[in-house]
Design a protein around this ligand. Structure first.
Ligand code: CP3
Length: 342
């Protein structure tokens, strides 16, 4: 039994005395403890591949912030690497792929399914150690990138404001794009099955660049793959879909039938409720920049947000917490939710 299971109870559709809270990117540079571990290593990828240290940085925010769930420290880019496309993380710049995908031959050459997923034993090892060290205090979330967001990095090779090369790939080589999305989907399902086997209690799919597409393109290149992932995992654990900026496809996302939908701060809770109804579990959606403000503003904005969701809600930010966010601002946010009562 998990001692604090409020996060899982909300995902099961139960009514709770307050909403649970966790933050995207809570395991990371906002914590001095994380920065200390990170500085002792040559790079980010080395940390991701060190199960004992992954366990340590995963649990740091549970100890320091008192959040209601841990999220396994890792990265969405481990899947492209397992499929045959290695990544690096360049300081101050972000992810970089020395090789990118140009055509269908490149896609055909990639591995998929269990063959790719079974290469990520360091992740499964980290989950087992983390579950043991967490000692059932809070649930552990596992995650993966959505097929489209991974395609963005595999084609573009790095972050981008527009992901125009990735979108060009969809529009000019749709057959190759669908084959790639299919292969990523199969690798992701096998990967998440392995993660569940190793002990994660819920999974979140990050479609971080969903908002770069339009409704029709999202329906064609994203929804069917998210549906497959959700259908494959939902019988085992709750699934949260976080498709940032995809307000235009909320009806289809709701139709997938996942346990919860994550929303960003550009998407109004009332607008989402008008599509999903009152009982769909929603996660979000405070603007991470609110946490730079003074504590009374953080408290007021957080309470207004909770009230605008009207229950069946997991509190989070609308995207990852920024690394230079003051730690006491994050603590004021978490404290506000933990002392709130519906
Ligand atoms: O949420 C958590 O606390 C768990 C850890 C986590 C990381 N990456 C650690 C990380 C999670 C869930 C991710 C997912 C991820 N990675 C996404 C989807 C979520 C989102 O933010 O949209 C994406 C798009 C990536 C790709 C990626 N990895 C980027 C764009 C970057 C650079 C970002 C930056 O702030 O520098 C990374 C590196 C990365 N992943 C860091 C962390 C803590 C920073 C690395 C460092 O320590 O220097």
């Amino acid at each position: 039994m998990i001692e604090n299971d409020i996060f899982l109870r909300v995902l099961r559709g139960e009514a709770t005395e307050r909403p649970p809270v966790w933050l995207m990117r809570q395991a990371g540079r906002i914590l001095p403890q994380y920065r200390a571990v990170r500085e002792s290593l040559s790079g980010f990828v080395e940390l991701v591949k060190s199960p004992e240290l992954v366990s340590e940085v995963t649990i740091q925010p549970v100890d320091e912030l008192g959040v209601d769930a841990a999220i396994l420290f890792s990265d969405i880019l481990v899947i492209p690497e397992a499929m045959g496309l290695p990544y690096e993380l360049i300081e101050q710049k972000g992810p970089y792929f020395p090789r990118t995908l140009k055509n269908i031959e490149d896609v055909i050459a990639l591995d998929s399914g269990k063959i790719a997923a079974d290469r990520l034993s360091y992740v499964y090892e980290a989950i087992k150690i983390t579950k043991k060290n967490l000692a059932n205090r809070v649930p552990l979330i596992g995650f993966a990138g959505a097929p489209f967001t991974l395609l963005c990095y595999m084609v573009e090779g790095k972050g981008s404001k527009t992901f125009s090369q990735a979108k060009k790939f969809l529009y000019t080589q749709p057959e190759a794009a669908h084959l790639l999305l299919d292969k990523i989907t199969e690798a992701t399902i096998a990967y998440l099955h392995n993660k569940i086997e190793a002990g994660v209690d819920a999974v979140q799919i990050f479609d971080s660049w969903a908002g770069s597409l339009d409704h029709e393109t999202y329906n064609t290149f994203c929804i069917p793959y998210l549906q497959r992932i959700s259908d494959a995992l939902m019988p085992k654990v709750p699934v949260i879909l976080f498709c940032k900026g995809a307000w235009f496809s909320l009806k289809e996302l709701h139709g997938i039938g996942s346990s919860a939908l994550g929303i960003d701060w550009n998407t109004e809770p009332h607008f989402v409720r008008s599509i999903t109804g009152p009982s769909k579990v929603l996660q979000g959606n405070l603007d991470p920049c609110v946490l730079y403000a003074d504590h009374s503003f953080i408290r007021k904005t957080t309470i207004e947000m909770i009230q605008s969701f009207g229950g069946h809600h997991i509190v989070n930010l609308g995207h990852g917490v920024y690394p230079d966010t003051p730690l006491d601002g994050v603590k004021a946010f978490v404290e506000t939710i933990k002392t709130y009562r519906y």
